[in-house]
Ligand binder design. Structure first.
Ligand code: FAD
Length: 323
């Protein structure tokens, strides 16, 4: 699989842009907010909710961040006016985190403040190891300022993640709200697991740890060994759909934890998502949109050639992955 992925990556520079666009069309809602709204409305029968992402990351000049602040403001307005069951995901480096931390914090705060006024949750996507600590720090800082509508993502492949779970949940208690995924960035072996089974085992340990610590746990994986582990752990903890501890103790708690949901990328394993939803689990679809779809797709595939294989498999064996 790794080899096929690498071959596809090496062919990408000669692939016609229209072909890449056709492929990306499955995973990206469209070029603008209106297409993302239409897509979510069209999915209203699927019993799922959404997280909206404006495509783009790591800017070169802090002024570029203004585009994202303004666009996320439009997204928040649209969620409210269209009464969508949606929250937002944003990339801290697109708001300037690698250029000027103070400016990034103020940009992120502007978005969170508006989201809080509308009771909308904001998730900071997790990027590569250069910003792991800084991203966690932003969450803690915003919570200190009184914003409870923020959480981040932790990556099961990183050695540090179990300590991060412990530290954040010590600080925030049931306000700790994580998305847990394997991590798309292929990090080096001195800070991360690099083999498939090790990554799955570590991600599963992190999921168990989060649930045991009473955090809100958004499980973001399409991989059956991870989904099955999560279902078993939820059942062991009495958190299956018919017995959710949130039902009994909601009044006495501050924050959403303990609790859980399953998250899927748009265009990936829709049949599995619909099955989980039909069993009563809360599911959420990650809906990216924007003009930067080409750069986004190419960069993701270069970073992790396995994705090239998944995409190819979807084209030549469409029954393995229904949108
Ligand atoms: P895999 O083993 O990669 O996939 C399992 C199966 O799912 C594959 O066999 C294939 O059939 C299918 N599949 C998976 N991906 C694709 C695809 N692109 N196209 C077609 N089929 C596919 N990573 C971060 O580092 N930071 C984040 O903030 C982040 N946010 C995420 C948010 C969501 C909602 C999700 C679902 C993932 C996110 N990720 C993020 C990516 C994640 O870390 C993994 O890289 C990605 O989900 C692939 O791992 P997997 O667990 O789905 O397993």
């Amino acid at each position: 699989m790794g080899l096929i992925g690498k071959i596809i990556v090496s062919l990408m520079p000669i692939a016609p842009k229209f072909l890449v666009k056709r492929i990306a069309g499955r995973y990206v809602a469209g070029l603008n907010l209106e297409s993302a709204i239409d897509l979510m409305k069209n999915m209203s029968e699927e019993n799922t909710c959404f997280t909206i992402d404006v495509l783009g990351e790591e800017i070169n000049d802090v002024d570029e961040a203004r585009y994202f602040v303004d666009e996320y403001s439009r997204v928040l307005d649209s969620i409210v006016s269209n009464q969508l069951d949606a929250n937002i995901s944003l990339k801290p480096t697109a708001l300037g985190l690698l250029i000027d931390k103070e400016v990034a914090l103020s940009n992120i705060e502007e978005i969170i403040k508006k989201a809080a006024l509308n009771d909308i949750f904001v998730r900071l996507d997790m990027e590569d190891h250069r910003v792991t600590q800084e991203t966690i720090d932003v969450v803690l800082e915003m919570q200190k300022k009184g914003f409870q509508n923020i959480g981040t993502v932790l990556q099961g492949r990183l050695f540090r993640t179990k300590e991060d779970i412990a530290e954040v949940s010590r600080e925030l208690g049931p306000l700790a709200d994580f998305r847990i995924c394997k991590g798309i960035y292929l990090e080096s072996s001195d800070i991360s697991y690099t083999k498939y089974q090790e990554i799955v085992n570590s991600t599963n340990d992190c999921i168990s740890h989060m649930l045991e610590m009473g955090c809100y746990t958004a499980i973001a994986s399409h991989d059956l060994p991870i989904i099955n582990h999560s279902l078993e752990k939820l059942s062991d903890m009495g958190m299956s759909v018919d017995n959710d501890p949130r039902d009994n103790s909601a009044d006495s708690r501050v924050g959403k934890g303990p609790g859980y949901e399953f998250q899927f990328l748009l265009g990936v394993r829709g049949n599995l998502r619909r099955k989980l939803a039909s069993e009563g689990h809360l599911t959420r679809v990650y809906v990216p949109y924007g003009t930067k779809w080409y750069e986004y797709g190419v960069r993701r595939i270069r970073e992790n050639p396995d994705i090239a294989w998944h995409v190819t498999k979807t084209i030549i064996m469409p029954w393995t992955n229904r949108r």
